[in-house]
Design a protein around this ligand. Structure first.
Ligand code: ZN
Ligand code: ZN
Ligand code: FE
Length: 759
């Protein structure tokens, strides 16, 4: 850029990185450049979009600013950089045809909620009036229909549909919103719905399908509806009878069900939504957002919790449903039985739901990649992803290490796996509990799909240290070097990877369970660690876990464990409802097992919460994962400042807190207050321990991870207080704090071990 140049303009190369393919980015650049009167070209590269323009420096700066400011809504720009290159003569502005994609592949766009323009087209375009598969470059299905790259109609499940001349015209017209929109479709050429009624009859007329589905739901019916990534079971959220029936047929008793509201104003009548919550609800990802309940919902919907899992319509059919009915909110829950993966094929849906639901609504476009609804919660003004699937996956996490060839197999519960491509970590969509055989098949199939889609050849496998995790055993399928990563180290590393941290930090990993170095179960870990290694500096005191894994479904066992440890044999004479309702014989067996020292030991924070939840009578038996801690949080009264005592020694003992809780219970202190005091105690313990550990070592950065941090009260207060003490906090945001995030941590630790030649 030095010296005199006789030309009025120069040539610049502008590189845009991030999620910029399959979202209408090249036509956007074309229109932008043409509008500014610039000549040049744009082309898709493996790692983004590359633009050449002829202009002067002032213009290129303006061009880059415009790219940032008016990028297509579904894109996500990570960086825009420009540099001068040797002068090129260029006429007009061209879109250069994509070169074949090599092994370095670019981001695959997640599915995107229908956009306002397309909703408008459903009212005005003659071939799309009420057409529920309308989409454009800014919206519509993506990941769920993609079989291979480059992203091209032929490589999606839209391949079966021949574009009509009108759609083809839009597809080929660079000035059109549907230019190169691969799933482009209209009523004349695109997918169609089909309704199977429980009496065996079928309806194919689109108008009658809509009317029938609505009529059924308005009259306490249940309809299985095909969504973007799988089937959902839907019914009127205000019909106790329908919701109760739906619960029964799903074989899901106590778990809250998600609700889709007709719009934000209806939603606001029933739930509290702050600014960020509204933003999340309305985002193109359209996740389920956990909100505080305003007007109480029927118990059948949210199972008595003080929150409601709320979402807004994201498919054109959802909009049609609300527009044409008096329904305000419908329960919309994954179409599966118990813990199986959500059903994706029409045949299985009809087979499974045909008789037990009132109707099954299918359509004839195949779902290739399964996705569930994603779940988020806003804590301290920031969106935290609890379940990462539709709308979020498979967006990669850009990491600072070379992770090429690494396959991280993840945990066993809430599994996601993670593959490494260059410096991108691609975390799979939520898979689920691998112990379920159908989920296991989903897991292995999805790994194969990722290998193909992302041109991924594993060279190293990274697993948990737990020898019995199915995801650990999966590594036996490969004749490749295996790195084993401690569960809680993986938790902390996962968050470090998201925040680009590569240094020594204090990590707090709290969850229900994870295999520890000493053969015990860990889960309240204060680590001083970097990406390669860790030191366990403190943890909650070990608790006997009578019955082993059975405690997960029977929190009362932890209640007995805590009382026995605190009060010895006399605990049975304590006059609280928990003891009065306790089966003394069973309790006696537990105590003897603990005496003999044959019960496993756990330091899991989740187990402590289980025990307290049982003692307070909130959850003695649990019907789903983490129900007891969730009930304890849900019962909590805000604004209570008192806490119980705890003892810091080699480990952190909550024995004094258990004494305090029992004392409060016997003197009639409300459970809501006891819950708050208990939470405050854990907050005190975490904050003080972090301070102690970090100050003596000069560490300023604190990483929080593990499923326990999905507890909003705990996380909110721990973050605030640690910030108040001058620490910088790095919590999980886009990647789950629960075991859904550990594959990313495994990957990054594996990369570091590989780099240092350790195995
Ligand atoms: Zn659109
Ligand atoms: Zn058409
Ligand atoms: Fe965990």
């Amino acid at each position: 850029m030095s010296g005199k140049n006789n030309n009025r303009y120069k040539t610049f190369r502008v590189e845009v990185k991030g999620l910029v393919q399959g979202v209408g980015f090249r036509p956007f650049i074309y229109r932008l450049a043409s509008g500014l009167g610039l000549s040049g070209s744009v082309e898709n590269r493996n790692d983004g979009v590359s633009v050449l323009v002829n202009c002067d420096e002032r213009q290129v700066e303006q061009f880059v600013r415009c790219i940032r400011e008016s990028a297509p809504p579904a894109s996500n720009i990570e960086s825009v950089a420009f540099e001068e290159v040797p002068l090129l003569e260029m006429q007009g502005f061209q879109i250069v045809k994509s070169r074949s994609v090599s092994d370095t592949v670019t981001d695959v766009s997640p599915d995107i909620a229908v956009c306002d323009d397309c909703l408008g087209d459903m009212k005005t375009q003659s071939n799309r009036i009420d057409y529920p598969f309308v989409n454009c470059t800014n919206c519509g299905p993506r990941f769920t229909i993609i079989k291979d790259l480059p992203y091209d109609r032929e490589k999606t499940t839209m391949r079966d549909f021949r574009m009509c001349s009108s759609c083809r015209g839009e597809y080929d017209d660079i000035t059109d919103r549907r230019f190169h929109a691969q799933p482009v479709a209209c009523a004349d050429c695109g997918p169609r719905y089909h309704l199977h009624l429980s009496d065996g009859s079928e309806i194919s007329d689109q108008r009658r399908i809509l009317e029938t589905a609505i009529r059924l739901m308005e009259n306490r019916g249940i309809v299985a509806i095909k969504g973007l990534g799988g089937y959902f079971l839907a019914c009127d959220a205000f019909s106790r009878e329908a919701v109760a029936r739906l619960r029964k047929l799903k074989a899901r008793e106590g778990k809250p069900l998600a609700v889709m509201f007709s719009g934000i104003s209806t939603l606001s009548r029933y739930a509290h939504a702050g600014e960020q919550e509204k933003k999340s609800l309305l985002s193109l990802k359209r996740p389920i957002v956990l909100l505080g309940e305003k007007a109480p919902f029927p118990y059948q919907v949210n199972a008595g919790f003080d929150t409601i899992g709320a979402m807004l319509p994201y498919m054109p059919f959802h909009y049609l449903m609300f527009e044409n009915s008096r329904l305000e909110a419908i329960v919309m829950t994954s179409g599966n039985i118990s813990d199986e993966p959500i059903i994706t094929t029409n045949s299985k849906a009809v087979e499974t739901f045909g008789k037990i639901c009132d109707a099954v609504l299918t359509y004839n476009r195949e779902i290739y990649n399964r996705t569930d609804d994603s779940v988020v919660r806003v804590i301290n003004g920031k969106e935290r992803v609890f379940r990462r699937s539709r709308g979020y996956a498979p967006v990669p996490v850009n990491v600072s290490s070379n992770v090429e060839g690494l396959l991280a197999t993840g945990g066993e519960l809430s599994n996601c796996f993670c593959i490494g491509k260059g410096s991108q970590a691609i975390l799979s969509q939520h898979i689920g509990d691998l112990k379920n055989i159908e989920t296991w098949e989903y897991y292995t199939e999805t790994i194969e799909k990722y290998k193909k889609l992302f041109r991924f050849k594993p060279s190293h496998v990274v697993t948990d240290m737990h020898p019995d995790y199915l995801s650990t055993r999966y590594s036996d399928n490969f004749d490749l070097p295996v790195f084993r990563v401690q569960h809680h180290h993986a938790h902390i590393a996962s968050s470090m990877a998201c925040h680009g941290l590569d240094e020594t930090v204090t990590g707090v990993a709290m969850d229900g369970t994870g295999y520890g170095d000493d053969g015990n179960i860990w889960g309240s870990e204060f680590l001083v660690c970097d990406l390669e290694d860790y030191r366990r500096v403190s943890h909650f005191e070990y608790m006997p876990m009578p019955g082993g894994d059975r405690v997960a479904g029977e929190p009362w066992r932890m209640g007995v464990s805590l009382l026995y440890k605190t009060f010895g044999k006399d605990f049975t004479s304590i006059d609280i409802p928990f003891i009065r309702n306790l089966d003394k014989e069973k309790a006696d067996i537990l105590c003897r097992a603990m005496d003999e020292g044959i019960t496993p030991l756990s330091a899991g924070a989740g187990r402590l919460f289980d025990g307290v939840s049982a003692l307070t009578g909130l959850c003695v038996e649990s019907s789903f994962h983490a129900e007891a801690p969730m009930r304890l949080e849900s019962a909590l009264k805000k604004g209570v400042s008192k806490s119980y005592k705890y003892i810091t020694g080699e480990s952190i003992s909550f024995t004094p807190a258990i004494e305090g809780i029992v004392k409060d219970l016997t003197s009639g202190v409300p459970v809501s207050v006891i819950s708050a005091r208990f939470h405050n105690t854990v907050i005190d313990a975490v904050v003080n321990t972090v301070s102690l550990i970090s100050r003596s070592r000069g560490i300023k950065k604190v990483v929080l991870s593990g499923g326990t941090f999905q507890n909003a009260y705990l996380t909110e207060n721990i973050e605030k207080r640690l910030k108040g003490e001058g620490f910088r906090i790095f919590p999980h945001l886009d990647v789950p704090a629960n075991d859904g995030g550990i594959a990313l941590g495994q990957l990054i630790v594996g990369a570091e071990k590989r780099r240092r030649g350790k195995q």
